[in-house]
Design a protein around this ligand. Structure first.
Ligand code: ZN
Length: 385
C-alpha cells in the first residue's frame, strides 16, 4: 500500500535560493522538452517518447552546465511528468474531446521536484536531507514517524506560498480490519456534503461560504494594489496574504475531511461510491453544485484510509442513480428541485440523496436496506404515497 507522508522543511537562506534556482532550471527543462514535443507533433504528427527525450538528457547536461548541477534522476522525472501531460493530451485528441496543447510553465509556478529517494535526495543522520545541488543539509520538521515497516521509494520537494515541504512516498504493509461485513453507499448530496445509504446526511460545513468571503476580500486587496501609483511592495504583501489564506483554509478543509473519511472507514467495511472517472458525470455533478474540491478530496481520502485499514471501496457507474428506486428498481424521474424520492410503484418515500446512496450500495453489493434479502429491510422506512 502506498502512503504519502508530508513534512515541512526549513531550508536556510542559501538553501532556499538554491532550491528556487533548481526549480527554475527544472522548469526550463520542462519547457524545452515541451517545445521539442510540440515541434515533433506539428511537423510529423508524432508523439516523442520519453526514452527519446531521456536519451538526450545526458548531452543536454553537458551543454547546459546548470542542469548538470542537479540530480540526473530528478531531471528524468521532469521529462516523465511532461510525457504524462502529453499522453493525456493525445488521449483527449483520440477521444475527440477538447484537446488544448499542454502549456509552457512559468518558473514562478513550477513548484515541485521529484526525487528517487536515496539517489538525488538522501536522509542523513539527525533526519536532515541532503539534496544534490543544494548546499549543506536541510532541516526537516519531523512531526510524525513513518509507519512500521515502511520503505520510501520517492520524495517530492514542493514550494507552496513560500513554504517548503517534502512528501515521502512510502510503501507500508497493510493492517487488516477485524470488524464485520457492514456495507454502505455514499452519494454527493444536493445540500449535504455526503448522503449515506443508512440514512445519515453529513452537512456541508460552512467553511465553503466563509472561505469564499475571506478569499474575495484578499483578492480585492491584491487587485487594488495593482494600481500603478502604488508601490509593488504592497502588492507583494497582499499577494502573500492571499496565498497564506488559501493555504490555511485548504488545511482546515483537509483536516475536516480527514476526520469525516476516517469516521466512515471506521464504521463500514465495504463502501460503495460513484466512479468519478466515468465520462459525462461532470455535467450531472455540476448541476448538483458538488463538483468542488471537497468531494473529490473526500473520495480520495476514503479510498486511501480504506486501503490502509484493509477495507473495500467499490466504485460503480453513477449514471441514473438519482432516478432509480432503491427498493424496487423502477425509474422515478426527478428534477433537481425534487428533494424527496416518491416511488409510484412500491410506495417508498425517502430523501433523494439517501435513495441515490442506496442505489449505489445496491449496484456494488447487490443489497441495501430496502431490498429484500438484505435482512436489514425496515418496513417503517416505507410510507404510502
Ligand atoms: Zn419503488
Amino acid at each position: 500500500m502506498l502512503l504519502s507522508y508530508k513534512y515541512r522543511i526549513h531550508p536556510n537562506r542559501r538553501q532556499r535560493e538554491a532550491l528556487d534556482e533548481m526549480l527554475h532550471w527544472f522548469c526550463q527543462l520542462y519547457n524545452a522538452g515541451l517545445q521539442q514535443r510540440i515541434e515533433a507533433y506539428r511537423r510529423q504528427g508524432v508523439s516523442l517518447t520519453y526514452k527519446a527525450q531521456a536519451d538526450e538528457l545526458k548531452l543536454l547536461r553537458t551543454e547546459v552546465p546548470e542542469l548538470g548541477n542537479y540530480s540526473f534522476s530528478a531531471e528524468q522525472q521532469v521529462l516523465r511528468r511532461l510525457t504524462k501531460t502529453f499522453n493525456a493530451f493525445f488521449g483527449r485528441v483520440k477521444r475527440g474531446a477538447k484537446a488544448g496543447f499542454p502549456r509552457f510553465k512559468a518558473s514562478a509556478r513550477f513548484h515541485a521536484a521529484d526525487f528517487r529517494f536515496g539517489d538525488g535526495l538522501k536522509m542523513k543522520p539527525g533526519r536532515r536531507l541532503s539534496i544534490v545541488g543544494i548546499p549543506g543539509l536541510v532541516k526537516v520538521k519531523w512531526h510524525r514517524d513513518w509507519p512500521p515497516g515502511a520503505a520510501c521509494g520517492a520524495a517530492v520537494i514542493t514550494r507552496q506560498a513560500g513554504k517548503w515541504s517534502v512528501v515521502f512516498q512510502l510503501d507500508a504493509p497493510v493492517e487488516h480490519s477485524v470488524t464485520g461485513p457492514v456495507t454502505v453507499g455514499l452519494d454527493a448530496g444536493l445540500s449535504a456534503l455526503v448522503a449515506l445509504s443508512d440514512g445519515a446526511l453529513v452537512e456541508r460545513p460552512n467553511w465553503t461560504k466563509k472561505a469564499a468571503k475571506g478569499l474575495r476580500k484578499r483578492q480585492r486587496a491584491v487587485s487594488r494594489s495593482r494600481k500603478p501609483n502604488l508601490r509593488s511592495k504592497r502588492r507583494k504583501k497582499a499577494t502573500a496574504r492571499l496565498a497564506a489564506y488559501s493555504r490555511k483554509t485548504a488545511n482546515r478543509r483537509a483536516d475536516h475531511l480527514h476526520k469525516l473519511a476516517a469516521d466512515i472507514v471506521a464504521r463500514y467495511d465495504r463502501i460503495a461510491v460513484e466512479d468519478l472517472t466515468i465520462q459525462g458525470l461532470a455535467r450531472s455533478m455540476l448541476a448538483k453544485d458538488v463538483l468542488d474540491a471537497a468531494w473529490g478530496l473526500l473520495m480520495a481520502l476514503i479510498a486511501d484510509k480504506a486501503e490502509r485499514a484493509g477495507k473495500l471501496v467499490v466504485a460503480v457507474d453513477p449514471r441514473g442513480t438519482s432516478q432509480e428506486c432503491p427498493c424496487c428498481g423502477a425509474k422515478v424521474e426527478k428534477t433537481l428541485a425534487d428533494r424527496v424520492h416518491r416511488c409510484p410503484d412500491c410506495g417508498l418515500v425517502e430523501n433523494r440523496d439517501v435513495a441515490a446512496a442506496s442505489v449505489i450500495e445496491f449496484r456494488a453489493f447487490g443489497h441495501n436496506k430496502f431490498r429484500p434479502g438484505s435482512g436489514l429491510r425496515t418496513p417503517s422506512g416505507r410510507v404510502a404515497a
